[in-house]
Design a protein around this ligand. Structure first.
Ligand SMILES: *Cc1c(COP(=O)(O)O)cnc(C)c1O
Length: 376
């Protein structure tokens, strides 16, 4: 069976994890945690980077930081993972979905402005498949309407837009280190990226249960105490140690994934030219990270048949997302502004094929043969 994904593992992680097991510090913000955060702050670069237990947690922190209150509206695509919406819903926000672009499946930047009301507080672009949203337009709209931009860059580590790393363009950004993403901190994990220095101090407090413990550890205050709202948003040192092994191999992982992605692209091109399928498109100015390889079928029926065909050949391919506005919670917590021209239609066409760090040429060939066979 060819699985859909294998969690990234380079081998470098093992010694670092053992080092934590042999030592005295296992809770958050230990030496590995600090090293990971500095790596991000320097390489992205970012004003501040804070490891979190998940991208969901990082997005929740963002909602705290921009002070989302009950009744505030937040604009985002419906074609995304539940956490993009939930992180704001738990603060009382009402979600306003707008349609996606059919080429990248990212939020259609041209539809954002008509969705803005006097209650709108933020725009949350999701960089689907690690391919950037049209950030110049989005940042321009945000500036003109005085809105915050929180980038859901869960899939976007190592991708960029006009030379800027995804997650560093908006006021705040979030990465995921879940095992299905390009880099993992041992199965679960995330990162909050702070690009607007106003949020740096409060972010540490919210992450440390509403206390100024981080300042205490730096010797800035002589005791720590409860100073604000907050929660527990620190991953443990074992997670940071695992992630450090991946950061050391970050370029290798990226090149390896890009090579596998390009191989699929070149070898599936004849099927696209024959009008059978559609392949991903990467707009000018976007450097992607090969997070995902997807193909688009003619529609739902063909998609189901293709998935079955692949399964019969022992290949696990998957689809997603069921648009959030069609889900029961979506109907409670959100509204769709304008027409759903592409969100539902494109989501029903999409098939994600197996791709992971270390997938072999023979595994990729089997996937290609099965797809080619299906369209024969
Ligand atoms: C994976 C993902 C998330 C959630 O990440 P977790 O680390 O599992 O919380 C959020 N948004 C998008 C777009 C994702 O792909």
């Amino acid at each position: 069976m060819i699985p859909f994904n294998k969690p990234p593992h380079t081998g470098l992680e093992d010694a670092y994890v053992r080092e934590v097991l042999a030592g005295e510090k296992m809770s958050g913000d230990g030496p590995f945690g600090q090293k990971c955060q500095e790596w991000f702050e320097q390489s992205l670069p970012a004003k501040k980077a804070l490891l979190t237990p998940s991208c969901t947690a990082a997005l929740e922190m963002a909602a705290f930081l921009i002070d989302i209150r009950p009744g505030d509206e937040v604009i985002m695509p419906s074609y995304t993972f539940v956490s993009t919406a939930n992180a704001f819903v738990v603060r009382g926000a009402r979600i306003v979905f707008v349609d996606i672009r059919p080429d990248t499946l990212n939020i259609d930047e041209q539809l954002i402005e008509t969705a803005i009301t006097d209650k709108t507080r933020a725009i949350v672009p999701v960089h689907y498949a690690g391919v950037s949203c049209e950030m110049s337009s989005i940042m321009d709209i945000a500036r003109r309407h005085d809105l915050f931009v929180v980038e859901d860059a869960a899939q976007g580590m190592m991708s960029s837009y006009k030379g800027q790393a995804l997650g560093t363009i908006g006021h705040l950004g979030a990465f995921s280190f879940h095992e299905t993403k390009n880099y993992t901190s041992g199965g679960e994990g995330g990162l909050l990226i702070i690009n607007d220095a106003r949020f740096a101090e409060r972010a540490e407090i919210i992450r440390e249960k509403g206390t100024n413990r981080s300042q205490f550890f730096r010797g800035m205050v002589d005791k720590y105490q409860w100073v604000d709202v907050g929660s527990s948003y620190l991953p443990c040192e074992l997670q940071a140690a695992y992630l450090w092994g991946q950061l050391e191999a970050a370029d290798d992982i990226n090149h390896s994934r890009l090579a596998a992605w390009s191989w699929y692209y070149e070898n599936l091109l004849p099927l696209e030219k024959a009008g059978k399928i559609e392949l991903p498109s990467i707009p000018d100015g976007c450097e992607h990270n090969a997070h995902m390889f997807y193909i688009k079928t003619a529609g739902l029926e063909e998609r189901t048949a293709l998935l079955d065909h692949l399964k019969a050949d022992d290949i696990l391919a998957v689809f997603h997302y069921v648009p959030l506005h069609t889900a029961s919670a979506g109907q409670r917590f959100a509204r769709f502004e304008g027409q759903d021209l592409y969100t539902t239609q494109e989501s029903e066409r999409l098939v994600r094929v197996p791709l992971w760090y270390g997938i072999t040429p023979s595994e990729q060939s089997r996937v290609l043969e099965s797809i080619t066979d299906f369209y024969r």
